[in-house]
Design a protein around this ligand. Structure first.
Ligand code: HEM
Length: 528
């Protein structure tokens, strides 16, 4: 999952809540002055020997470096990478201090149990606060969510193709309509709606996936939680408790969490009743093919928080998948001649195989195009976020101290020695790389490697990537066969919005589309 916000979100991040804080300013100023000196000395004289790439000036607040990083992160990272060639270095990013390991260290740290992804998320998203329960669940020792995704969702992927495709039919028609005339749309909004609807079909079943209140929460929670969490991070530690009481963003996150509970709890209670009733009558216990049921069975009666579980899925899945789908469609609309070979492949495969398990696997050019879209705009230039839960000695004498936040330099995805002409969107790139013995195992969309870190790598590599890959492919089958696409004249550039070293599709980008007659009826295809 990539944890990114749009430019609009960042603007409001620094704008709101100032009124409530004004009355606390005298106290704040005193505490800040004390923090300031402590922070500076703390930052510069660290226990670690790794150099700090962007140290604050004498008595400069770390907050200013964090804001500076949001604006100039790419430059700071690239200069540090050059200066400390191949060596680890520290950097102040928007969340605080970070140890950046060079790409050569990916294999050393990928399966290190003392480097925890979920604890990093728990810390960065302040998961102990009310409304932030999903992040607590994320980092729970029993790893319930990770297990449900690995054991249930991924293993039964072929059984969700049918609901995914059926819901895509409904969602695409609702969102894009059937007009043969060209229309213009802010594409990210439309695709966010599409992904929210079809993911919710699999996560919550058919009773809730068209519930507008839920659809709003599943889209908004991630953005609002991210905003509040970042705000919490940039406020000095001793003042954070004030945000909990006075921040409107915090109140919003709590409201969304409570509303999610109100929506989900009755459905779960009803299902539990129906199951108990069936058991008592000795009848077949009703089963549902969705994440509500999977987590019920995986938890084996242990108490867990269903709303937190669903919001965790929303957080991990909705914006990340939207960004990838949107990036792929933008790049294709920028060069519409690339759409024809993809359509041909989709038609040829579906005509022979229908929606059978192997069909999506056999759309190899589509797979390559999506992976290439992900490579050309990685979700960040650093990856594999980790928190050291204990001190770790990597085998090359690098010490990572307990409590260190660690990431890896992920710029390999744009490295011309690995990917010639890295700025070129070559939809055949990974298809051809499948034929190279040294790259064959790394060339599929779901494969992770040090050369392509968009889904991370190692023991914490994204467990939802198999589902995300299928979902993006199914969505593209519908979107490419049913519509023509081109850039809107209102879209001067499809460059992403960059904050720090994170990159997201520009939410202002617009596309034009018109209904075309699809060569095959996607609704009438066989599923088995
Ligand atoms: C294009 C879509 C997606 C992208 C780009 C993405 C990316 C990532 C990344 C980069 C990580 C961290 C991996 C690491 O650091 O090694 C991650 C972890 C994770 N992702 Fe995804 N993700 C996507 C979709 C999904 C979906 C659909 C789900 C759920 C169904 C999901 C669930 C998770 C979970 C639970 C983790 C934590 C794994 C752990 O704690 O070990 N992701 N994802």
């Amino acid at each position: 999952m990539a944890f990114n916000l749009s430019s609009t979100d960042y603007k409001s991040l620094y704008a709101s809540d100032s009124d409530a804080l004004k009355q606390w300013l005298p106290l704040a100023a005193t505490v800040v002055l004390i923090c300031l000196s402590v922070t500076w000395f703390g930052l510069v004289y660290q226990k670690t020997k790794h150099p700090l790439a962007n140290p604050p000036h004498l008595f400069q607040l770390r907050l200013f470096k964090q804001i500076d990083f949001l604006r100039n992160g790419v430059e700071i990272l690239m200069q540090a990478k050059k200066k400390y060639a191949g060596e680890p270095f520290r950097m102040i990013n928007e969340l605080g201090e970070l140890l950046v390991l060079p790409p050569s260290h990916v294999q050393l740290m990928r399966n290190e149990e003392k480097l925890s992804f979920s604890k990093a998320i728990l810390t960065d998203f302040h998961g102990h606060n009310p409304g932030f329960e999903p992040f607590g669940l994320f980092a729970h020792d029993d790893r319930l969510a990770q297990t449900v995704i690995r054991k249930q969702l991924t293993r039964t992927l072929n059984t969700v193709t049918q609901p995914l495709s059926s819901e895509t039919t409904f969602a695409v028609e609702t969102i894009f309509g059937n007009s043969p005339d060209w229309k213009d749309v802010r594409i990210k909004d439309s695709l966010l709606d599409l992904v929210a609807r079809i993911s919710s079909r699999v996560f919550l079943g058919d009773a809730l996936c068209r519930n507008e209140d839920w659809l709003k929460i599943t889209k908004d929670y991630t953005v609002d939680a991210f905003k509040s969490a970042t705000k919490m991070t940039i406020v000095p530690y001793p003042l954070r408790f004030l945000l909990r009481w006075f921040s409107k963003d915090f109140a919003l996150v709590s409201r969304e969490y409570n509303l999610a509970k109100e929506i989900i709890t009755p459905v779960i209670e009803r299902r539990r009743e129906l199951k108990a009733e069936a058991r008592s009558k000795g009848e077949n216990v009703p089963a549902y093919n969705d994440a509500i049921d999977w987590v019920e069975s995986e938890s084996q009666g242990r108490p867990y928080d269903p709303a937190a579980f669903q919001l965790l899925l929303s957080f991990a899945a909705i914006h990340t998948t939207t960004d990838l789908l949107c990036q792929t469609l933008l790049l294709l609309s920028n060069e519409p001649e690339l759409i024809a070979p993809l359509r041909d492949e989709i038609i040829n495969v579906l005509r022979v195989e229908g929606w059978k398990k192997s069909a999506l696997f056999n759309m190899k050019l589509l797979d390559s195009a999506i992976k290439e879209a992900q490579r050309i705009k990685p979700n960040g230039l650093t990856g594999m976020r980790r928190l050291a839960t204990q001190t770790v000695e990597l085998s090359n004498n690098i010490t990572i101290h307990k409590g260190d936040r660690v990431m890896v330099d992920a710029t390999s995805m744009l490295d011309p020695t690995i990917y010639p002409e890295p700025e070129k969107f070559d939809i055949y790139r990974f298809l051809h790389l499948r034929e190279r013995a040294d790259f064959a195992s790394k060339a599929q969309l779901v494969a992770t490697s040090p050369e392509h870190l968009s889904f991370g790598h190692g023991m914490h590599a994204c467990p939802g990537r198999f589902f995300a890959a299928n979902e993006v492919k199914i969505a593209l089958c519908h979107l490419l066969l049913k519509y023509d696409w081109k850039l809107s004249p209102a879209t001067a550039s499809i460059k992403p919005v960059v904050h720090g070293v994170s990159m997201v599709v520009n939410p202002e980008n617009r596309l034009m589309f018109r209904r075309r007659k699809e060569e095959i009826d996607l609704e009438s295809l066989e599923f088995n």
